[in-house]
Design a protein around this ligand. Structure first.
Ligand code: PLP
Length: 393
């Protein structure tokens, strides 16, 4: 065991448990652990390292910015912040009314969205059963998982839960009190519960429902955004435009940055002093985001979609696999047996970094720069590993 792993439980809180492996370096889709073993990283820091590890464009952008100016606070303007916001405004495609609030994580991006909802003057927010929006008290209040919420109650009130994807149920809920319903929040694909995509047409239905009753449609793209599903935003597959979009993870390519985008009237809700965070819009994090946003263009997203199909087609051929869910490079490999946690453990011996959001689901969110050869190697290794596990069972 490495010194780092030894000391971990002696100095860090136990909220993550002690990790099984120490990672020391990485390049592209490969990471190296403290024992010198090379792994294909099929998790990318939970959908964060969009351009893989040590991407030269990110390294250069961050180095240049930190040498020039590392932090200014939001009392001063700085060019990388405006550049990043302008690019996000373009990418959302909702016109020039779009405004951006920068923060440092997905949870914070959803806190800001929750606060925007409150500023509408209405109190109810409808969120999905099994949804995940973060661990801060506000984003936890929006999270539809009782086991995560219970220990921290009382949470902010006014949040009610609808079955994910059930438009009829949601419509009836809204109609019980439309004039006090501020917002509906959803993930286009529920990531943390096992990669569960919204049924076709659900986002379009929610958009119409929101339009009918003057409700904010908040789409949490923290995990699905930045090209992950083969479009820059996952909601773009349905051609809808939300009022509020939250982002983080892939946006900084490994640097901590989150963003809340609001459009139309929602963009005007924050007046000076209504919300803020010291590090939000940090120039170094924004420089990293700008490097990512320059590379993740339309062609890059189309390539992600094609890589996703290749991965899905190959995985679907494996005997141990019941189904592959998801889109682009956000895939849930549903196994015929509940051995996903064992697969993650065994993965380290097979040079694979995997993740299991459910007992029978392996989640794959590799760097978006993964090559076709790496996909084929990954599938070979997963196949061998699953054979080993099923023989044992
Ligand atoms: N929203 C979604 C959809 C997520 O997947 C996550 C994290 O997994 C979050 C919000 C919270 O983001 P963070 O961990 O950066 O606070």
């Amino acid at each position: 065991m490495s010194d780092t792993l030894d000391r971990w439980p002696e100095v860090l809180m136990n909220n993550y448990g002690t990790p099984p492996v120490e990672l020391v370096s990485g390049e592209g889709t490969t990471v190296v652990d403290s024992e010198g073993r090379h792994h294909l990283d099929l998790l990318a820091g939970i959908a964060v390292n969009a351009l893989g590890h040590a991407h030269p464009a990110i390294t250069a952008a961050v180095t240049e910015q930190i040498q020039q100016l590392g932090h200014v606070s939001n009392l001063f303007a700085s060019a990388p912040v405006v550049e990043a916001a302008g690019r996000l405004q373009e990418l959302l495609g909702a016109g020039e009314s779009t405004r951006v609030f920068f923060c440092n994580s997905g949870g914070e991006a959803n806190e800001a969205a929750f606060k925007l909802a409150r500023l509408t003057g209405r109190s109810r927010v409808l969120a999905a059963v099994d949804g995940f929006h973060g661990r801060t008290m506000g984003s936890l209040a929006l999270t539809g998982q009782p086991d995560k919420r219970k220990p921290f109650e009382p949470l902010p009130t006014g949040v009610e839960f609808y079955p994910y994807g059930d438009l009829d149920y949601l419509t009836k809920m809204v109609e019980t009190n439309p004039s006090d319903t501020a917002a509906i929040i959803l993930e286009p694909i529920q990531g943390e519960t096992g990669v569960i995509p919204a049924p076709e047409g659900f986002l379009t239905g929610v958009r119409k429902l929101c339009d009918t009753h003057g409700i904010l449609m908040i789409v949490d793209e923290v995990q699905t955004g930045v090209g992950r599903t083969g479009d820059f935003f996952a909601h773009q597959h349905e051609g809808v435009t939300p009022d509020v979009v939250t982002m983080a993870k892939g946006l900084g390519g490994g640097l901590p940055i989150g963003a809340t985008l609001a459009t139309g009237k929602a963009a005007e809700l924050f007046a000076p002093g209504a919300h803020g965070t010291t590090f939000g819009g940090n120039p170094v994090a924004c420089a990293a985001a700008n490097a990512v946003l320059k590379i993740v263009d339309e062609q890059f997203c189309a390539d992600v979609a094609a890589k996703g199909w290749r991965f899905t087609a190959a995985l679907n051929k494996l005997d141990a696999v019941a189904e592959v869910r998801g889109r682009g490079l956000m895939l849930g490999v549903v196994l015929n047996a509940p051995v996903a946690k064992e697969a993650v453990k065994l993965g380290f011996d097979h040079g694979l970094i995997l993740n299991a959001p459910a007992a029978d689901v392996i989640r794959l969110t590799p760097p978006l720069v993964i090559t076709e050869d790496e996909i084929d190697t990954a599938v070979d290794r997963i196949s061998t590993l699953l054979d080993e596990l099923t023989q044992k069972a």
